[in-house]
Design a protein around this ligand. Structure first.
Ligand SMILES: *Cc1c(COP(=O)(O)O)cnc(C)c1O
Ligand SMILES: [Zn+2]
Length: 417
Protein backbone atom coordinates (compact mmCIF):
# COMPACT_ATOMS: atom_id res chain seq x y z
CA UNK A 1 0.00 0.00 0.00
CA UNK A 2 1.31 3.41 -0.93
CA UNK A 3 0.91 6.73 0.80
CA UNK A 4 2.31 8.66 -2.15
CA UNK A 5 0.01 11.26 -3.69
CA UNK A 6 2.34 12.00 -6.59
CA UNK A 7 5.09 14.48 -7.36
CA UNK A 8 5.03 18.19 -6.66
CA UNK A 9 7.11 21.03 -8.08
CA UNK A 10 9.31 22.61 -5.42
CA UNK A 11 8.90 25.99 -7.12
CA UNK A 12 5.34 26.41 -8.45
CA UNK A 13 3.66 23.60 -6.53
CA UNK A 14 2.15 21.99 -9.64
CA UNK A 15 1.34 18.32 -9.13
CA UNK A 16 2.17 15.32 -11.28
CA UNK A 17 1.08 11.68 -11.07
CA UNK A 18 3.80 9.21 -10.07
CA UNK A 19 5.97 8.55 -13.13
CA UNK A 20 9.53 8.99 -14.37
CA UNK A 21 9.55 12.80 -14.28
CA UNK A 22 11.99 14.99 -12.41
CA UNK A 23 11.55 18.56 -13.66
CA UNK A 24 8.41 20.66 -13.84
CA UNK A 25 7.44 21.15 -17.47
CA UNK A 26 6.04 24.62 -16.68
CA UNK A 27 8.78 26.24 -14.62
CA UNK A 28 11.70 23.73 -14.79
CA UNK A 29 11.71 23.47 -11.01
CA UNK A 30 12.71 20.13 -9.51
CA UNK A 31 10.03 17.76 -8.29
CA UNK A 32 9.65 16.07 -4.96
CA UNK A 33 7.38 13.41 -3.55
CA UNK A 34 4.08 14.38 -1.91
CA UNK A 35 2.54 12.07 0.71
CA UNK A 36 -0.85 11.64 2.31
CA UNK A 37 0.21 12.49 5.87
CA UNK A 38 -3.31 12.19 7.24
CA UNK A 39 -3.37 8.51 6.39
CA UNK A 40 0.24 7.97 7.45
CA UNK A 41 -0.49 9.48 10.87
CA UNK A 42 -3.03 6.74 11.56
CA UNK A 43 -0.53 3.92 11.11
CA UNK A 44 2.96 5.25 11.76
CA UNK A 45 3.23 5.44 15.53
CA UNK A 46 6.36 5.15 17.67
CA UNK A 47 5.15 1.74 18.77
CA UNK A 48 4.63 0.52 15.21
CA UNK A 49 8.10 1.67 14.22
CA UNK A 50 9.76 0.13 17.27
CA UNK A 51 8.15 -3.25 16.57
CA UNK A 52 9.75 -3.50 13.13
CA UNK A 53 13.10 -4.88 11.96
CA UNK A 54 16.08 -2.60 12.54
CA UNK A 55 16.63 -1.34 9.01
CA UNK A 56 15.69 1.80 7.07
CA UNK A 57 12.38 0.34 5.88
CA UNK A 58 10.91 0.61 9.39
CA UNK A 59 9.78 4.07 8.15
CA UNK A 60 8.39 2.68 4.88
CA UNK A 61 5.19 4.76 4.87
CA UNK A 62 7.44 7.81 4.40
CA UNK A 63 9.30 6.30 1.45
CA UNK A 64 8.00 6.56 -2.13
CA UNK A 65 7.40 3.01 -3.24
CA UNK A 66 4.07 1.29 -3.95
CA UNK A 67 4.84 -2.35 -3.22
CA UNK A 68 6.99 -4.05 -0.58
CA UNK A 69 10.63 -2.90 -0.69
CA UNK A 70 12.92 -5.21 -2.65
CA UNK A 71 16.28 -3.54 -2.12
CA UNK A 72 18.32 -2.50 0.90
CA UNK A 73 16.57 -4.88 3.26
CA UNK A 74 19.60 -4.79 5.57
CA UNK A 75 20.44 -1.13 5.04
CA UNK A 76 20.26 1.57 7.68
CA UNK A 77 19.80 1.60 11.45
CA UNK A 78 23.50 2.30 11.74
CA UNK A 79 25.16 3.08 15.09
CA UNK A 80 24.30 6.31 16.89
CA UNK A 81 27.17 6.92 19.24
CA UNK A 82 27.37 9.06 22.35
CA UNK A 83 30.86 10.47 22.10
CA UNK A 84 32.89 10.88 25.27
CA UNK A 85 36.47 11.01 24.03
CA UNK A 86 36.00 13.41 21.13
CA UNK A 87 33.55 15.42 23.22
CA UNK A 88 36.28 15.89 25.81
CA UNK A 89 38.82 17.06 23.24
CA UNK A 90 36.31 19.53 21.80
CA UNK A 91 35.19 20.61 25.26
CA UNK A 92 31.51 20.00 24.54
CA UNK A 93 28.85 18.52 26.77
CA UNK A 94 26.61 16.42 24.56
CA UNK A 95 28.08 15.07 21.35
CA UNK A 96 26.79 12.26 19.13
CA UNK A 97 28.01 10.63 15.97
CA UNK A 98 25.61 9.12 13.45
CA UNK A 99 27.86 6.56 11.85
CA UNK A 100 27.02 5.54 8.28
CA UNK A 101 30.65 4.53 7.68
CA UNK A 102 29.35 1.04 8.48
CA UNK A 103 26.14 1.13 6.47
CA UNK A 104 25.25 -2.03 4.53
CA UNK A 105 26.32 -3.15 1.98
CA UNK A 106 28.86 -0.55 0.77
CA UNK A 107 29.82 1.49 3.83
CA UNK A 108 28.29 4.87 3.10
CA UNK A 109 24.99 6.69 3.48
CA UNK A 110 24.43 6.25 -0.27
CA UNK A 111 23.11 2.74 0.46
CA UNK A 112 19.98 4.46 1.76
CA UNK A 113 19.19 6.41 -1.40
CA UNK A 114 20.04 3.46 -3.63
CA UNK A 115 17.72 1.16 -1.64
CA UNK A 116 14.80 3.41 -2.54
CA UNK A 117 15.97 4.12 -6.10
CA UNK A 118 16.35 0.47 -7.08
CA UNK A 119 13.12 -0.63 -5.41
CA UNK A 120 11.37 2.10 -7.41
CA UNK A 121 13.28 1.40 -10.63
CA UNK A 122 11.94 -2.15 -10.55
CA UNK A 123 8.38 -0.90 -9.97
CA UNK A 124 8.79 1.30 -13.05
CA UNK A 125 9.94 -1.76 -15.01
CA UNK A 126 13.55 -0.74 -15.66
CA UNK A 127 16.10 -3.46 -16.37
CA UNK A 128 19.15 -1.19 -16.40
CA UNK A 129 20.22 1.25 -13.72
CA UNK A 130 22.97 3.85 -13.90
CA UNK A 131 24.48 6.77 -12.04
CA UNK A 132 26.86 9.69 -12.25
CA UNK A 133 28.94 9.42 -9.11
CA UNK A 134 31.77 10.83 -7.05
CA UNK A 135 32.43 7.28 -5.79
CA UNK A 136 30.13 6.13 -3.01
CA UNK A 137 27.01 6.18 -5.13
CA UNK A 138 28.90 4.15 -7.73
CA UNK A 139 29.79 1.50 -5.13
CA UNK A 140 26.23 1.27 -3.89
CA UNK A 141 24.53 1.12 -7.29
CA UNK A 142 27.02 -1.52 -8.42
CA UNK A 143 26.48 -3.73 -5.35
CA UNK A 144 22.73 -3.33 -5.12
CA UNK A 145 22.19 -3.83 -8.86
CA UNK A 146 23.97 -7.15 -8.68
CA UNK A 147 21.82 -8.23 -5.72
CA UNK A 148 18.70 -7.15 -7.62
CA UNK A 149 19.70 -8.76 -10.91
CA UNK A 150 19.76 -5.46 -12.78
CA UNK A 151 22.30 -4.35 -15.36
CA UNK A 152 24.39 -1.39 -14.18
CA UNK A 153 26.34 1.40 -15.85
CA UNK A 154 28.54 3.42 -13.52
CA UNK A 155 29.93 6.78 -14.65
CA UNK A 156 32.72 8.32 -12.57
CA UNK A 157 35.44 10.98 -12.94
CA UNK A 158 38.62 9.21 -14.08
CA UNK A 159 40.70 10.45 -11.12
CA UNK A 160 38.74 8.83 -8.28
CA UNK A 161 40.49 7.05 -5.40
CA UNK A 162 41.58 3.46 -6.13
CA UNK A 163 39.41 2.12 -3.30
CA UNK A 164 36.30 3.67 -4.77
CA UNK A 165 36.98 2.26 -8.23
CA UNK A 166 37.77 -1.23 -6.91
CA UNK A 167 34.66 -1.21 -4.72
CA UNK A 168 32.54 -0.69 -7.85
CA UNK A 169 34.46 -2.93 -10.25
CA UNK A 170 34.33 -5.93 -7.90
CA UNK A 171 30.60 -6.34 -8.72
CA UNK A 172 31.38 -6.31 -12.43
CA UNK A 173 29.06 -3.60 -13.72
CA UNK A 174 30.13 -1.50 -16.71
CA UNK A 175 32.34 1.12 -15.06
CA UNK A 176 32.97 4.15 -17.26
CA UNK A 177 35.83 6.46 -16.28
CA UNK A 178 35.14 9.85 -17.81
CA UNK A 179 38.04 12.20 -18.41
CA UNK A 180 36.50 15.14 -16.63
CA UNK A 181 35.18 16.27 -13.27
CA UNK A 182 31.87 15.24 -11.73
CA UNK A 183 29.97 18.10 -13.27
CA UNK A 184 31.08 16.98 -16.71
CA UNK A 185 30.18 13.38 -15.90
CA UNK A 186 26.75 14.52 -14.79
CA UNK A 187 26.15 16.56 -17.92
CA UNK A 188 27.08 13.57 -20.08
CA UNK A 189 24.78 11.32 -18.08
CA UNK A 190 21.83 13.69 -18.53
CA UNK A 191 22.37 13.34 -22.26
CA UNK A 192 22.58 9.55 -22.06
CA UNK A 193 19.49 9.44 -19.84
CA UNK A 194 17.42 11.27 -22.43
CA UNK A 195 18.45 8.81 -25.14
CA UNK A 196 18.55 5.43 -23.36
CA UNK A 197 15.73 3.90 -21.34
CA UNK A 198 17.78 3.52 -18.18
CA UNK A 199 17.04 4.54 -14.63
CA UNK A 200 19.74 7.05 -13.70
CA UNK A 201 19.24 6.96 -9.96
CA UNK A 202 20.36 10.54 -9.33
CA UNK A 203 18.97 12.05 -12.54
CA UNK A 204 15.66 10.82 -13.96
CA UNK A 205 14.44 9.07 -10.80
CA UNK A 206 16.13 11.58 -8.45
CA UNK A 207 12.90 12.60 -6.64
CA UNK A 208 12.48 8.99 -5.44
CA UNK A 209 16.18 8.39 -4.78
CA UNK A 210 16.56 11.53 -2.67
CA UNK A 211 13.84 10.46 -0.23
CA UNK A 212 16.10 7.68 1.06
CA UNK A 213 18.24 10.28 2.83
CA UNK A 214 15.37 11.11 5.19
CA UNK A 215 15.90 7.81 6.97
CA UNK A 216 19.24 9.14 8.26
CA UNK A 217 17.33 11.86 10.11
CA UNK A 218 14.55 9.52 11.22
CA UNK A 219 17.13 7.29 12.86
CA UNK A 220 18.83 10.20 14.62
CA UNK A 221 15.49 11.20 16.16
CA UNK A 222 14.50 7.66 17.13
CA UNK A 223 17.94 6.72 18.45
CA UNK A 224 18.07 9.88 20.58
CA UNK A 225 14.90 8.65 22.26
CA UNK A 226 12.42 10.50 20.02
CA UNK A 227 14.26 13.78 20.47
CA UNK A 228 16.33 15.91 18.16
CA UNK A 229 19.69 17.57 18.71
CA UNK A 230 20.13 21.32 18.79
CA UNK A 231 22.87 21.26 16.15
CA UNK A 232 23.45 18.93 13.18
CA UNK A 233 26.59 19.19 11.05
CA UNK A 234 26.32 17.45 7.66
CA UNK A 235 28.67 17.16 4.68
CA UNK A 236 27.32 18.42 1.35
CA UNK A 237 28.07 17.44 -2.22
CA UNK A 238 24.96 17.97 -4.34
CA UNK A 239 23.24 19.43 -1.27
CA UNK A 240 20.50 16.83 -1.04
CA UNK A 241 21.29 15.15 2.30
CA UNK A 242 21.02 18.30 4.41
CA UNK A 243 17.67 19.25 2.83
CA UNK A 244 16.33 15.76 3.47
CA UNK A 245 17.46 15.84 7.11
CA UNK A 246 15.25 18.89 7.43
CA UNK A 247 12.35 17.28 5.55
CA UNK A 248 12.63 14.11 7.66
CA UNK A 249 12.55 15.97 10.97
CA UNK A 250 9.65 18.10 9.75
CA UNK A 251 7.67 14.99 8.80
CA UNK A 252 8.30 13.41 12.22
CA UNK A 253 7.07 16.61 13.86
CA UNK A 254 3.97 16.82 11.68
CA UNK A 255 3.15 13.19 12.46
CA UNK A 256 3.51 13.83 16.20
CA UNK A 257 6.44 11.42 16.53
CA UNK A 258 8.66 14.16 17.97
CA UNK A 259 8.01 17.56 19.50
CA UNK A 260 8.42 20.71 17.46
CA UNK A 261 12.12 21.10 16.73
CA UNK A 262 14.44 24.05 16.36
CA UNK A 263 17.61 22.27 15.28
CA UNK A 264 20.21 24.36 13.53
CA UNK A 265 21.70 22.78 10.42
CA UNK A 266 25.29 23.28 9.26
CA UNK A 267 26.89 22.39 5.94
CA UNK A 268 30.50 21.18 5.69
CA UNK A 269 32.51 21.13 2.44
CA UNK A 270 36.13 20.87 1.37
CA UNK A 271 37.93 24.14 0.72
CA UNK A 272 38.46 24.03 -3.01
CA UNK A 273 34.90 22.87 -3.60
CA UNK A 274 32.64 24.80 -1.27
CA UNK A 275 29.98 26.53 -3.40
CA UNK A 276 27.24 25.99 -0.80
CA UNK A 277 29.40 27.18 2.10
CA UNK A 278 30.30 30.31 0.12
CA UNK A 279 26.65 31.07 -0.62
CA UNK A 280 25.73 30.71 3.05
CA UNK A 281 28.62 32.87 4.24
CA UNK A 282 27.95 35.56 1.64
CA UNK A 283 24.21 35.25 2.17
CA UNK A 284 23.63 34.94 -1.55
CA UNK A 285 20.95 32.59 -2.85
CA UNK A 286 22.82 32.25 -6.12
CA UNK A 287 25.22 29.31 -6.06
CA UNK A 288 28.38 30.15 -8.01
CA UNK A 289 29.75 26.98 -9.64
CA UNK A 290 33.42 26.19 -8.95
CA UNK A 291 36.06 23.89 -10.43
CA UNK A 292 36.68 21.33 -7.66
CA UNK A 293 40.12 21.04 -6.08
CA UNK A 294 40.01 19.11 -2.80
CA UNK A 295 40.99 15.69 -1.46
CA UNK A 296 37.35 15.29 -0.40
CA UNK A 297 36.43 13.82 -3.77
CA UNK A 298 33.11 12.36 -2.63
CA UNK A 299 31.98 15.95 -2.00
CA UNK A 300 33.56 17.44 -5.12
CA UNK A 301 30.52 18.71 -6.95
CA UNK A 302 31.20 22.19 -8.28
CA UNK A 303 27.65 22.86 -9.46
CA UNK A 304 25.37 21.26 -6.84
CA UNK A 305 21.88 20.31 -8.04
CA UNK A 306 20.31 21.08 -4.65
CA UNK A 307 22.70 23.88 -3.73
CA UNK A 308 20.01 26.53 -3.46
CA UNK A 309 17.78 24.32 -1.30
CA UNK A 310 20.70 23.46 0.97
CA UNK A 311 21.45 27.17 1.37
CA UNK A 312 17.79 27.82 2.11
CA UNK A 313 17.30 25.18 4.84
CA UNK A 314 20.53 26.13 6.58
CA UNK A 315 19.64 29.83 6.59
CA UNK A 316 16.08 29.25 7.77
CA UNK A 317 17.31 26.99 10.57
CA UNK A 318 19.67 29.66 11.89
CA UNK A 319 22.67 27.46 11.13
CA UNK A 320 25.91 28.22 9.33
CA UNK A 321 28.61 26.55 7.21
CA UNK A 322 32.34 25.85 7.21
CA UNK A 323 34.97 24.50 4.87
CA UNK A 324 38.06 22.40 5.59
CA UNK A 325 41.47 22.50 3.97
CA UNK A 326 43.16 19.27 2.91
CA UNK A 327 45.42 19.21 5.95
CA UNK A 328 42.52 19.98 8.30
CA UNK A 329 40.66 17.05 6.72
CA UNK A 330 43.56 14.69 7.39
CA UNK A 331 43.98 15.87 10.99
CA UNK A 332 40.26 15.43 11.59
CA UNK A 333 40.22 11.89 10.14
CA UNK A 334 43.04 10.99 12.55
CA UNK A 335 41.36 12.72 15.47
CA UNK A 336 38.09 10.84 14.97
CA UNK A 337 39.95 7.54 14.67
CA UNK A 338 42.11 8.12 17.76
CA UNK A 339 39.23 9.30 19.92
CA UNK A 340 36.21 7.26 18.81
CA UNK A 341 37.71 4.34 16.88
CA UNK A 342 35.90 5.38 13.71
CA UNK A 343 37.90 5.37 10.48
CA UNK A 344 36.06 7.74 8.18
CA UNK A 345 36.79 8.89 4.66
CA UNK A 346 37.65 12.41 3.59
CA UNK A 347 34.00 13.55 3.78
CA UNK A 348 33.96 12.61 7.47
CA UNK A 349 37.20 14.52 7.95
CA UNK A 350 35.53 17.55 6.40
CA UNK A 351 32.58 17.29 8.79
CA UNK A 352 34.67 16.86 11.93
CA UNK A 353 37.01 19.70 10.90
CA UNK A 354 34.06 21.99 10.17
CA UNK A 355 32.49 21.14 13.52
CA UNK A 356 35.72 22.09 15.30
CA UNK A 357 35.73 25.46 13.53
CA UNK A 358 32.08 26.12 14.30
CA UNK A 359 32.68 25.39 17.99
CA UNK A 360 35.78 27.62 18.05
CA UNK A 361 33.79 30.42 16.42
CA UNK A 362 31.08 29.91 19.06
CA UNK A 363 28.52 29.35 16.31
CA UNK A 364 27.86 26.09 18.14
CA UNK A 365 27.74 26.56 21.92
CA UNK A 366 29.64 23.98 23.96
CA UNK A 367 26.75 23.15 26.27
CA UNK A 368 24.15 22.16 23.66
CA UNK A 369 23.54 18.83 21.92
CA UNK A 370 25.44 18.28 18.68
CA UNK A 371 25.27 15.52 16.06
CA UNK A 372 28.12 14.99 13.61
CA UNK A 373 27.09 13.17 10.43
CA UNK A 374 29.69 10.59 9.43
CA UNK A 375 28.70 9.34 5.99
CA UNK A 376 31.56 7.25 4.57
CA UNK A 377 34.37 4.82 5.33
CA UNK A 378 38.11 5.52 5.47
CA UNK A 379 39.17 2.24 3.89
CA UNK A 380 38.01 3.69 0.57
CA UNK A 381 40.28 6.76 0.65
CA UNK A 382 43.50 5.31 2.00
CA UNK A 383 45.82 7.26 -0.27
CA UNK A 384 45.20 10.53 1.58
CA UNK A 385 46.28 9.10 4.89
CA UNK A 386 48.84 6.38 4.11
CA UNK A 387 51.88 8.65 4.41
CA UNK A 388 50.53 10.56 7.41
CA UNK A 389 50.60 7.73 9.93
CA UNK A 390 53.24 6.59 12.39
CA UNK A 391 55.00 3.66 10.69
CA UNK A 392 54.69 0.21 12.29
CA UNK A 393 57.72 -1.01 14.26
CA UNK A 394 59.78 -3.41 12.20
CA UNK A 395 61.64 -5.97 14.29
CA UNK A 396 63.57 -9.23 14.23
CA UNK A 397 61.61 -12.11 15.75
CA UNK A 398 63.17 -11.79 19.20
CA UNK A 399 62.48 -10.01 22.46
CA UNK A 400 65.59 -7.86 22.36
CA UNK A 401 64.71 -6.42 18.97
CA UNK A 402 61.17 -5.64 20.16
CA UNK A 403 62.42 -3.78 23.20
CA UNK A 404 65.06 -1.85 21.27
CA UNK A 405 62.68 -0.72 18.55
CA UNK A 406 59.90 0.11 20.96
CA UNK A 407 62.14 2.69 22.67
CA UNK A 408 62.46 4.51 19.36
CA UNK A 409 58.72 4.85 18.83
CA UNK A 410 57.66 8.47 19.12
CA UNK A 411 55.33 9.01 22.04
CA UNK A 412 51.96 9.88 20.57
CA UNK A 413 51.10 13.52 20.90
CA UNK A 414 47.73 14.34 22.33
CA UNK A 415 45.25 16.32 20.36
CA UNK A 416 44.11 19.67 21.48
CA UNK A 417 42.21 22.18 19.46
C1 LIG B 1 27.34 11.86 -1.57
C2 LIG B 1 27.95 12.03 -0.25
C3 LIG B 1 27.59 13.09 0.61
C4 LIG B 1 26.72 14.27 0.22
O1 LIG B 1 25.53 14.02 -0.31
P1 LIG B 1 24.62 15.10 -1.04
O2 LIG B 1 23.28 14.59 -0.73
O3 LIG B 1 24.97 14.99 -2.50
O4 LIG B 1 24.91 16.47 -0.51
C5 LIG B 1 28.13 13.11 1.88
N1 LIG B 1 29.02 12.18 2.29
C6 LIG B 1 29.41 11.18 1.49
C7 LIG B 1 30.43 10.22 2.00
C8 LIG B 1 28.88 11.06 0.20
O5 LIG B 1 29.28 10.05 -0.58
ZN1 LIG C 1 6.92 24.21 -11.46
Amino acid sequence: MSYVLGLRCRECGREYPTSVVFVCEYCFGSLEIAYDYTRIKKVLTRKAIESRPKDMWRYKELLPIDKAPTDGLNTGFTPFIRSHNLAKVLGVKELYIKDDSVNYPTLSFKDRVVAVALSKAKEFGFHTVACASTGNLANSVAANATIAGLRAFIFIPADLEAGKIIASSIYNPTVVKVEGNYDEVNRLCSEIASKYKWAFVNINIRPFYAEGSKTYAFEIAEQMGWRVPKHIVAPSAGGSLVTKIKKGLQEFTDLGLIDKFDSKLYVAQGKGCAPIVTAIKEDSDIIKPVKPKTIAKSLAIGNPADGYYAYDVVKKSGGWAEEATDSEIIDAIKLLAETEGIFTETAGGVTVAATIKLIKQKKIPKDESIVICITGNGLKTQEVIVNKLVKPLKIKPNLHSFEEEQKKRPTSDHYSI
